[in-house]
Write a protein that binds this ligand. Structure first.
Ligand SMILES: *[C@@H]1O[C@H](CO)[C@@H](O)[C@H](O)[C@H]1NC(C)=O
Ligand SMILES: *[C@@H]1O[C@H](CO)[C@@H](O)[C@H](O)[C@H]1NC(C)=O
Ligand SMILES: *[C@@H]1O[C@H](CO)[C@@H](O)[C@H](O)[C@H]1NC(C)=O
Ligand SMILES: *[C@@H]1O[C@H](CO)[C@@H](O)[C@H](O)[C@H]1NC(C)=O
Ligand SMILES: *[C@@H]1O[C@H](CO)[C@@H](O)[C@H](O)[C@H]1NC(C)=O
Ligand SMILES: *[C@@H]1O[C@H](CO)[C@@H](O)[C@H](O)[C@H]1NC(C)=O
Length: 462
């Protein structure tokens, strides 16, 4: 009997428990919310169709995963919350053990069909499987989205650029008559909270997130909420890997003015440096999109320095040409010398009488005295010795012999000393070349400094 009584008690208490409605299923039973109740998932849940549904949207930026300038692609990781009201849902928590919210599979309730205009690929991550309802009929859906979106990048100031990318949320089919969009956060809140939850920013520095609500002008258009994400590129790596090397190459190019013009080394050195710039230009081509209207400053920087280096290369070639010309002229003069050696000797004889008058001819004919003046002291003294001897003897054929000998010596000397001999002898064109070189170097330095100053000013302030 006692056992039966206790069993009855247990049964009764069970009955009381079931009457207390403490499970989530009791709430759903109360609402008659099942997978098959069409009232909940077929149509917009309003008791009067003239009433619109207000959708509150909150978007936070979790991470900036990738920004592809070349493809104008922006891939953020965002966290979005949508809240709206369902007129059919309501219960009294005190009747259900104080249950005030229930989580449900998302597909059994109607949801606003919000989309992002800029999205180019469907989100691969599966949407959150649950939503939450509360006793007042508010429904909330949270979602994490990896968005592959288009974003028009302005790379004019690359790598010191600031990009702003839009994420525009709007309904696909519902007009303002049915759905009004409201942003839960204002810009400062969205920025602050995004900054708090931000995990990774790739090569970017998140500046802020601006929230703009575009209200529909009439009931047939749609509300749009635009989240504008502003971010700044971390340029340190680009400076180290790109801008500085080019600058160093420019310095090398300037330093090459210290290399002697006559040897081919300067030319090959400058060509090498020029080629190095070309390599960097190729890398740049991989980064920047070809669709930009204005040429990016970094491309101007590259091509400008390339042009400057090319100019200095051309100048080197000119220098070499001029020096070569001098050489050839000298060879011509040597030939002329041979032809007019008689004249030379005559002049040699009279040069003490009217030195000044004959000076002009002397240099023009380039006879051996001129040469002797430039040759080493040993040779010079020899020439003088020969001179005096010829004057003493006064016989032109002897002098001819001597001068031929001298020329022979000079030739062997030229061969021995190689190209350095050319430096040593500064003919007319070599002197011109030297002057041009000096003037060019000064104007080159000025051009480089003006170019770099203007460019860096533009980079910073334009
Ligand atoms: C439990 O729910 C049923 C049906 O919804 C209701 O009749 C009953 O009063 C509820 N019980 C309590 C204790 O609130
Ligand atoms: C609950 O919904 C089902 C399916 O729509 C329907 O057949 C049933 O009558 C509803 N029950 C109540 C109490 O509304
Ligand atoms: C949902 O209910 C649980 C327990 O009743 C409570 O702890 C939680 O804060 C509620 N959540 C919301 C969003 O109201
Ligand atoms: C982003 O949205 C703002 C506000 O609507 C607009 O002014 C701006 O032009 C948009 N930017 C882009 C890149 O579409
Ligand atoms: C944003 O909202 C917060 C709190 O609601 C408020 O204190 C702040 O002034 C608002 N900022 C702007 C720019 O409206
Ligand atoms: C859009 O409408 C909401 C209320 O419906 C209002 O709070 C908001 O200021 C409006 N925005 C603009 C830009 O007019």
């Amino acid at each position: 009997m006692i056992l039966a009584g206790s069993l009855l008690l247990l049964f009764l208490s069970d009955g009381v428990n079931s009457q207390r409605n403490c499970t989530y299923q009791d709430v759903l039973d109360h609402l008659n919310l099942t997978r098959h109740n069409e009232r909940y998932f077929m149509t917009r849940p309003v008791k009067d169709y003239k009433r619109h549904t207000e959708v509150h949207l909150e978007v936070l930026l979790y991470a900036i995963l990738d920004v592809v300038e070349k493809e104008q692609k922006f891939i953020p990781y965002v966290w979005s919350v949508m809240r709206w009201h369902n007129d059919y849902i309501s219960w009294n928590p005190s009747q259900f053990c104080g249950i005030d919210n229930v989580s449900l599979p998302t597909e059994i309730l109607w949801k606003p069909d919000l989309t992002i205009e800029e999205m180019t690929e469907k989100d691969k991550a599966p949407p959150s499987p649950y939503l939450t309802i509360n006793n007042e009929g508010d429904v909330e859906v949270q979602n994490d989205l990896v968005l592959v979106s288009t974003c028009r990048m302005h790379i004019y100031k690359f790598p010191f650029d600031i990009q702003s990318c839009n994420l525009s949320f709007k309904s696909v089919i519902y007009t303002a008559k049915d759905i009004r969009l409201l942003a839960s956060d204002n810009s400062s809140e969205a920025t602050e909270w995004s900054r708090e939850v931000m995990r990774t920013q790739y090569e970017w520095l998140f500046i802020n997130m601006k929230v703009t609500t575009i209200n529909a002008s009439d009931l047939l258009s749609q509300d749009i909420i635009v989240y504008t994400i502003n971010m700044k590129r971390r340029s340190a790596l680009y400076i180290v890997n790109f801008i500085l090397p080019i600058l160093f190459f420019l310095c090398l190019d300037m330093a090459s003015f210290l290399i002697s013009d006559s040897s081919g080394e300067k030319l090959s050195f400058q060509v090498t440096v020029l080629l190095a710039i070309t390599v960097l230009q190729l890398i740049l081509n991989d980064i920047l999109p070809s669709s930009s209207n204005s040429i990016p400053l970094i491309a101007i920087y590259c091509i400008g320095i390339f042009a400057l280096m090319m100019l200095s290369l051309l100048e080197t070639i000119l220098m070499m040409y001029l020096t070569e010309k001098d050489n050839m002229q000298h060879d011509d003069e040597t030939d002329k010398d041979q032809r007019f050696s008689g004249d030379c000797n005559r002049q040699g004889r009279v040069n003490f009488d009217n030195f000044h008058a004959e000076m002009q001819d002397w240099t023009e004919n380039g006879c051996i005295y001129n040469v002797a003046a430039e040759t080493p002291a040993e040779l010079q003294s020899m020439a003088i010795e020969h001179n005096s001897s010829t004057r003493l003897v006064g016989e032109s054929h002897v002098l001819e012999k001597v001068s031929a000998e001298l020329r022979e010596m000079e030739k062997t000397l030229t061969l021995l000393l190689g190209n350095r001999k050319v430096d040593y002898k500064s003919g007319y064109w070599t002197r011109v070349a030297k002057r041009v070189n000096k003037v060019f170097f000064i104007s080159y330095v000025i051009m480089v400094s003006v170019f770099l100053t203007v460019l860096f000013l533009k980079w910073n302030y334009a």
